[in-house]
Design a protein around this ligand. Sequence first.
Ligand SMILES: Cc1cc2nc3c(=O)[nH]c(=O)nc-3n(C[C@H](O)[C@H](O)[C@H](O)COP(=O)(O)O)c2cc1C
Length: 201
Amino acid sequence: MPTLLAITVSPRYEHSTSRKLTELFVEKWRSGHPDGQISDRDLIKTHLPFVDAHWIGGAFTPPEQHSPESAAAIKVSDDFVAELKSADHIVIGTPMYNFSLPAVLKAYIDHIVRVGVTVSSDNVGLLTGKKATIILASGGNFSPGSPVERFNRASDYLRQVLAWIGITDVEIILADRARAGMTGETAVESFGEVVSLAAAA
Ligand SMILES: Cc1cc2nc3c(=O)[nH]c(=O)nc-3n(C[C@H](O)[C@H](O)[C@H](O)COP(=O)(O)O)c2cc1C
C-alpha cells in the first residue's frame, strides 16, 4: 500500500501558505492513490526536543548501555525514523525563515539523520527508493534568475541532507512571492497547479 508522510511546520495554521498547499498536495495524492495511507506529522504539535548529551549517548552506544535518559531521548528519534521508513513519498510544507529552515524543522532533521540507522558508517544513505516533495513558502522571490536567488539557503540544504540519508528523488516547489498576506489564498491560486502536478507524478 503506498504511503504518504505529510510534514507541516508553519505555526500560522489557517493563514499558512505552506499548510494550504500541503493540504492540496495531500488531497490530490489521495485521489491518485485511493488505496494509499497518509500519515500527518505536524511539527508544531510534536514533542521535539533538541539533540542533547542524552540523545548523543543514545545514538552512539548500543541499547544495552543506555541510561534511562538516553533511552528516552533516542526513542523520540527512533519513532520519527520508523515513521519516515514506512513512507514511500514525503511531502514537507515549510516556510522559509531567515533564508533557511524554521528551527523546528531543523530539530526534526537532527533526529532523523542517524549514523547506522538512516546513513551508514561509510556515508551511504539508507532510506532509498523514496520520493520527497518540498513546498517552500517565502515572502521574497527566490526563483531562478532572481537577484537574490542565492540567498535561499533552504532548498540546497534540504536536497543535501535528504540525499545524505538516501532520498535523492526530491522536487522543490518554491511558493515564493505569494503575497498571501494573512490568508494564503493567493498562494493556492498561484501554485495550486504545480502542487497538483507534483502530487500526481
Ligand atoms: C520569523 C520569520 C522569518 C522569515 N524570513 C523570511 C526570509 O528570510 N525570506 C522570505 O522571503 N520570507 C521570510 N519570511 C516570510 C515567510 O517565509 C512567508 O510569510 C511564508 O509565507 C510563511 O509560510 P506560511 O505562510 O506557511 O506560514 C519570514 C517570516 C517569519 C515569520
